[in-house]
Design a protein around this ligand. Sequence first.
Ligand SMILES: [Zn+2]
Length: 318
Amino acid sequence: MSITHAYCVELDQEITIDEARRAYRSLPQPAPRFHFLCTSPDCRRKGVVITGVNYTFNAEDSPKHREAHYADRNSLESHASTCEWRILAEPIRGVATEDPARPHQHDIRRKLTDLVTHFDPFGPPDPVAPGIAEPHPARIRNPAAHRGPQPAGHKLNIRTETRDLERLVHTYREARERLSPDELENYYLNVKGIGSVRLVDYFRHLSRADECSSNTVIYGGSRLRHRYGAGFKMRFFDKIRDLPVDLYVSPALMDSYPHRRYLEGILNDIPSRRYVTAYVIGLLRIAPSGASFNLDITHLHHLALVLGPTLEQTETLE
Ligand SMILES: [Zn+2]
């Protein structure tokens, strides 16, 4: 596993790459890139730079697209001896933390750029970056010289716990791409309200979902169907009992979302894509007309959208 959290100089916060993307894409575009340092207080003092890769783009499924991640281009020794990432990477510690009840954990960690082991779907979203609209210009000029307040002691175990659906979806997509079938089968997620489930079982394709599907991530390919002011409606490609399935987001829900500009950016991109995959924590209900299903959500942090290939890319493939 590489580094999953970095200290963002402009936001003055430790964030995941998914949080970096939401914060960055919530700024008026084009925005200057963020600067990142290692989370360890000693590394920050030394100015150990971490590189944020691909967070300036929206998430997408396409053959050439690399997932957003943090890249650590420093040698292990460049990190302070107290650095949590250095400690995690040192082999002797790795052996000591191997859990015999959970084989493959090392390979899973090694192959993924991020790792989620605990997910709380119904808590409020992870508190991130209240001041995202105003990155600090002085820090941007000389990030390594920043000597802001140092965070209190770190606990490694909180790093793999999240309420962020986009982060979980990122991990899920990467796990499906990079892990062997055996490793994928052995990747367990602890979900609040359910307990331990296999990661792959926590995600359910829309074609296998119904009104009883709750506390699961329902996903499927979809298209943008209408805009209603700030609100929108999406329609899934797959049907349930021969009825179409829609996801409607009201203008009021959109207005209350702190990352509205980020979401607008994705919505504006959908027409140039072959499809968009929607990952949703919501409830399926038959519409009052009886002619369709609605997949209802109560918060926009229960929706993660991943753009499909562009129409041009599709033509090239064909
Ligand atoms: Zn470090």
